[in-house]
Design a protein around this ligand. Structure first.
Ligand SMILES: Nc1ncnc2c1ncn2[C@@H]1O[C@H](COP(=O)(O)OP(=O)(O)OP(=O)(O)O)[C@@H](O)[C@H]1O
Ligand SMILES: [Mg+2]
Length: 422
């Protein structure tokens, strides 16, 4: 989960009290929590964006979940069953503790905004699992826990990580997911250890197409449709064969219904991924997710991070760096990840960049809907790079293809100017 809300009270003084309050609150109502001061999750490696829009939120946030969900609590989620026919199981703390070898160090997978994640083995189902334990001193809370359980209990798609169950015993909050053996996309794209090979072009396009299908399910197939709000490389987990699945739904929101075009809510997102329109107005739309998807696609193509504080200021924000390059097709080759070593189909690169450029347009109305992105990426993923057909792009051939590009009439439609506000 990428972001969270947190109260502005002194942590020490109120921690226990706050925790008890949260528990009671969650029993009463999923969304009926007092307004909080919004901060975006400060993950050590990431820059964060402070929320700036509380406006209509207090009034409207209550309506973000479908009325059916408003009075839901964890017991109900399990008792009521779910639309996909399988119910998230409840686990005792002892059972999960045993599954991860009493929180053994070598079971530790990593840590995010929610808390620590461990690999474990469930005896009950003889299954490999990943178990996330809510950090009680952390800034993500019961609300995110319940939204996560609710969303994943409603959803069932091959490109969404499966929630196997949860533990809500005493003050413990743990989530049990299917284990994704290849970890996160982020770990395969950025800061690779020396000598580890980066992802090849075909795998990148496969991941992009699969992630888009997961998002399409949330936007267009699920009822009610969901705005994910936390799309980023660290939340795309990889299974065998680099099969991608979206994870972390604690920030997800039910999309606008009827004539409403947006959901007004506090701004939560990660630098580099958050759509500028949402960041400025607090108006969340399906197109906010499309922007974040465009950033992920750009990361896949370029190998650059969405926001990289180590880079020269002009190159820190990936979209700001890419925008001027989008305008000149002759420069497209400069955007290909150097670790691909020229092993990509030129046409495929151009098409992938065209899709990314459309997704990150400043005007949300100019961004495509996810179904169109899926169609385009499925086609791209089917056009495999084959070194026996496609020549490796040396700098000489790149220059030649850029000269050809000058005379071809393929244009990326973009209405944006060069300014970057995200
Ligand atoms: N189901 C899973 N299978 C395997 N590894 C997982 C699973 N879920 C999470 N992880 C790993 O655990 C680590 C922490 O994940 P977590 O989602 O808590 O944090 P994050 O994605 O890095 O940050 P954020 O809080 O922004 O989501 C990551 O390295 C992630 O790859
Ligand atoms: Mg995550």
């Amino acid at each position: 989960m990428g972001c969270f809300g947190c109260s502005g009270k002194s942590v020490k003084e109120t921690e226990e009290e706050k925790w008890k309050d949260q528990l009671n609150q969650s029993r009463r109502n999923v969304e009926d929590q007092p307004p909080t001061l919004d901060l975006v999750k400060p993950k050590p490696s990431e820059s964060v964006k402070e929320s700036d829009a509380k406006r209509e939120e207090a009034a409207e946030d209550k309506n973000q979940l479908n009325p059916d969900m408003n009075d839901l609590n964890l017991r109900d989620i399990c008792k009521g069953g779910k639309s996909n026919g399988t119910c998230a199981q409840t686990f005792t703390f002892d059972e999960l503790e045993a599954a991860i070898g009493n929180f053994r160090k070598d079971c530790f997978l990593g840590e995010g905004g929610f808390g620590k994640v461990y690999r474990g083995h469930l005896k009950r189902t003889n299954q490999e699992v990943a178990i996330k334990q809510l950090d009680r001193n952390g800034l993500q809370g019961t609300k995110e826990f319940i939204v996560e359980v609710t969303m994943l209990s409603l959803a069932n798609h091959p490109n969404l990580v499966k929630l196997i169950g949860f533990c809500a015993e005493r003050d413990q909050r743990l989530l049990v997911y299917e284990y994704m053996p290849l970890g996160s996309l982020e770990a395969h794209l950025h800061d690779l250890p020396p000598r580890r090979k980066g992802l090849d072009w075909n795998t990148r396009m496969k991941i992009a197409a699969g992630a888009a299908q997961g998002l399409e399910y949330l936007h267009e197939k699920l009822n009610p449709p969901i705005i994910y709000r936390d799309l980023k490389c660290s939340n795309i987990l990889l299974g065998d064969g680099y099969h991608p699945k979206l994870s972390d739904f604690g920030l997800a929101k039910v999309g606008p219904s009827g004539d409403r075009t947006h959901v007004s809510t506090r701004v939560m997102g990660t630098y580099g991924y958050c759509a500028p329109d949402y960041a400025m107005t607090g108006q969340l739309t399906f197109k906010s997710d499309i922007y974040s998807f465009g950033v992920v696609l750009l990361e896949l193509i370029t190998g650059r991070k969405a926001f990289d504080p180590v880079k020269d200021p002009k190159e820190q924000n990936l979209v700001a760096w890419a925008r001027p390059l989008f305008k000149d097709r002759r420069k497209f080759w400069m955007m290909a990840d150097p670790s691909l070593e020229g092993k990509y189909p030129v046409r495929g690169l151009y098409q992938a960049l065209a899709i990314a450029a459309m997704c990150v347009q400043e005007q949300p109305s100019m961004r495509p809907v996810i179904a169109d992105v899926v169609t385009a990426l499925n086609y791209l993923a089917s056009q495999k790079y084959d070194p026996s057909i496609h020549p490796v792009q040396s700098s000489k051939s790149r220059r030649a293809s850029s000269t050809r590009a000058k005379s071809e009439e393929v244009k990326v439609t973009t209405t944006d100017d060069d300014s970057e506000s995200n």
